[in-house]
Design a protein around this ligand. Structure first.
Ligand code: XBP
Ligand code: MG
Length: 255
């Protein structure tokens, strides 16, 4: 069938999709906050991989407490205490982003620029805190890049985090577009479930922590978005003849 040019908006996840922020970004920031609070908690690389099943930093801290240090739950006003600890974690994450130590993943900057030229709407749908999104965008694409996104849906703006569809439904509503005219780019099973529950076609670029997850229901699963000089590896789903994702390939995935 002839390409119907249905694509109107691309919805990007942040952590693991725009950049590999988890292992050397969020994990390190959590540990720094724990140290500042004199907690002897240490989230090593393996443990953090397991904790990532729980999306959202505050939710992840609570889950850790429930399963690993349950007596800590007896603190006064534990919900508030977690929120304060998490605020400190966010500060650490932001200052780490300011150092520019975490780059965008292959093809991300190229694709964003191309979609802007094609006047395709750009949006973000993430469980991460808004300050983390803006600090990452600032350090990688420059402060003005925040304005390139028509909608940024982040953190606690919706009550239920991924894999619930809430954040994607919120972004679709703000964009005033039907799911079928959008594509989501995600790196995780929780992200895929969230986007699919909102009926949005979803392309997966796997990341270090997610490459063993299950991605049934994705349009395609790739190693990354690829660059003309360095093709992605195709893992599952629709065959894409070009070695990099651009506006034309995304649009053809909508057929
Ligand atoms: C990302 C997350 C986030 C970050 C931490 O999931 O789960 O919770 O790990 O962010 P996704 P906060 O990529 O699917 O959006 O600490 O700011 O919550
Ligand atoms: Mg992600």
């Amino acid at each position: 069938m002839k390409n119907q040019k249905k694509l109107q908006a691309v919805l990007f996840d942040v952590d693991g999709t725009l950049a590999d922020t988890e292992q050397d970004g969020h994990r390190v920031a959590f540990n720094a906050a724990f140290q500042q609070f004199n907690l002897d908690w240490n989230w090593d690389i393996d443990l953090y991989g397991k904790l990532l099943e729980v999306t959202g930093g505050k939710e992840r801290i609570r889950y850790y407490m429930e399963n690993f240090v349950p007596t800590e739950l007896n603190r006064n006003d534990v919900t508030n205490w977690i929120a304060t600890l998490h605020k400190v974690k966010t500060k650490y994450f932001e200052s780490q982003m300011e150092t520019g130590s975490i780059p965008l993943r292959p093809g991300v900057a190229r694709l964003i620029q191309e979609l802007r030229q094609e006047k395709i709407k750009l949006a973000i749908a993430t469980t991460t805190t808004m300050e983390n999104v803006t600090s990452l965008l600032k350090s990688t694409l420059g402060a003005e890049s925040i304005g390139w996104f028509d909608v940024i849906g982040a953190g606690d703006i919706v009550p239920l985090k991924k894999p619930a569809p809430d954040i994607y439904l919120w972004v679709l509503n703000q964009l005033n577009l039907p799911a079928q005219q959008c594509i989501a780019i995600e790196d995780s099973e929780n992200g895929l479930k969230s986007a699919r529950a909102a009926q949005i076609p979803t392309l997966i670029t796997v990341s270090g922590y997610t490459n063993q997850q299950s991605f049934d229901g994705a349009v395609a699963v790739l190693s990354d978005l690829g660059e003309p000089a360095k093709s992605f590896t195709h893992i599952q789903g629709t065959t894409i003849t070009k070695g990099w994702i651009d506006y034309e390939t995304l649009n053809s995935l909508m057929d």
